[in-house]
Design a protein around this ligand. Structure first.
Ligand SMILES: [Fe+2]
Length: 394
């Protein structure tokens, strides 16, 4: 089937790349920028490093350090208003996906009237018409997970309806510098890498497969499977950090067309309802979701499994392929001590009571297998129970 792959943002990749952020902004004609980050980035000293690079290039800075997880629309409005009031001519987003997405939203509001809710879009639709030209925006990820640096999209929480919404803000330049992730705690390294793993696995098994996404997703899964245990054990392993940064960016590019399905469509409402960090919420059902879709797309699920381990038997049945993917995902989960779904939601009935809401906000359009409410209940029950070995050998 013909498929479209949208070219990603310009990306400057490599160790030490962040040092040129000021020079790049000068090339864009900027002299005074809004720098958007959160308290964690500030505490880690990364914000100071970036501000130092900017000041060295004689770029004036205005700081917004109020980024929150699952960025609320209200925070984006505050950041945008600060940028307008201070007369900035560009934006730099530094941090995880929340910082980068807040920066994208603030960028829209520098030249377009707020609130940000005016600019919600669909992932497979063009940006809202009539936008005024945007100021330059540079994004600098400090985690290896969401891959927001690789896409024009951002995810904002609509605080009135408790829903995740998409915004579209083309990025002038993404600077991906693995050295910025060296100090990332091991638990955050694992959680964010699993977000990237979900992106790639969902891209490979999407109902709208894409030849480009397939190549990118396969490489991302292979890199994560190899590098995540190394970076988890030794945060200073720069080779592993570099591979994870590359993998996260590739994984985000892999879903530019196939789009995410069950793990993200369950993970996003679960994250909102129960306060589960995005990567962990999506990872919570990845193994069960791969096993669920295996009967519909056994060859795609085989790719996921084989990127995470040895080749499977050519004659493996769909059930065996699904079980192999399930087992290998659990192996990696356990290797990096990923918290269970039950650790976030002590009451299983509370979890299952969320199924009607989840089915209301998640259409599962890109799942390769039809998803009924009873399937959502089953997947959540299985994920809640944790790993259960099957009699079906891969
Ligand atoms: Fe994600």
């Amino acid at each position: 089937m013909p498929s479209v792959f949208s070219s990603p943002n310009p990306i400057l990749f490599g160790r030490g790349a962040a040092a040129v952020v000021g020079d790049k902004l000068r090339e864009f004609g900027c002299s005074r920028v809004l720098v958007v980050y959160d308290k964690g980035v500030e505490a880690a000293g990364v914000a100071a490093t970036i501000l130092g690079h900017l000041h060295a290039a004689h770029i004036q800075t205005v700081c917004f350090d109020g980024v929150l997880p699952d960025p609320p629309d209200t925070t984006v409005d505050q950041a945008g208003a600060l940028g307008v009031a201070e007369g900035v001519d560009g934006i730099v987003g530094v941090g995880g996906g929340s910082s980068l997405d807040t920066a994208k939203g603030a960028c829209l509001l520098l030249t377009n009237p707020g609130p940000i809710g005016r600019y919600y879009a669909r992932p497979d639709a063009p940006p809202p018409a009539g936008l005024q030209p945007l100021k330059p925006i540079v994004v600098i990820p400090t985690t290896s997970g969401t891959g927001s640096e690789a896409t024009p999209g951002g995810v904002i929480t609509d605080t009135q309806n408790h829903r995740k919404q998409i915004i579209i803000c083309p990025v002038s330049l993404a600077i991906v510098d693995p050295e910025l992730t060296v100090g990332l705690p091991s638990a955050i390294t694992a959680a964010t890498a699993f977000d990237a793993l979900c992106h790639a696995a969902e891209a490979l098994t999407s109902a709208a497969p894409n030849a480009f996404g397939r190549v990118l997703g396969k490489e991302a899964i292979t890199l994560i499977s190899r590098a995540l245990p190394l970076a988890y054990d030794d945060g200073g392993d720069i080779e592993a950090r570099e591979q994870l940064q590359l993998a996260a960016t590739l994984a985000a590019m892999s879903i530019l067309g196939p789009f995410c399905h069950i793990p993200h469509e369950l993970g996003q409402p679960l994250g909102s309802l129960f306060g589960i960090p995005h990567g962990l919420a999506c990872a919570a059902t990845l193994a069960e979701s791969m096993r669920f879709v295996a009967p519909g797309v056994p060859e795609q699920v085989r790719l996921v499994a084989e990127c995470m381990g040895p080749a499977l038997s050519p004659g493996a049945t769909a059930d065996q392929v699904g079980q192999a993917a399930y087992g290998r995902i659990y192996d990696l989960r356990e290797r990096v001590e990923l918290p269970s779904l039950a650790s976030f939601v002590p009451d299983k009935q509370q979890l299952l009571a969320a199924v009607p809401h989840i089915c209301q906000v998640s259409p599962f359009v890109f799942s390769p297998v039809a998803v009924r409410p009873s399937d959502v209940t089953t997947i959540l029950e299985q994920a809640y129970a944790g790993r259960v070995e099957s009699a079906v050998a891969p």
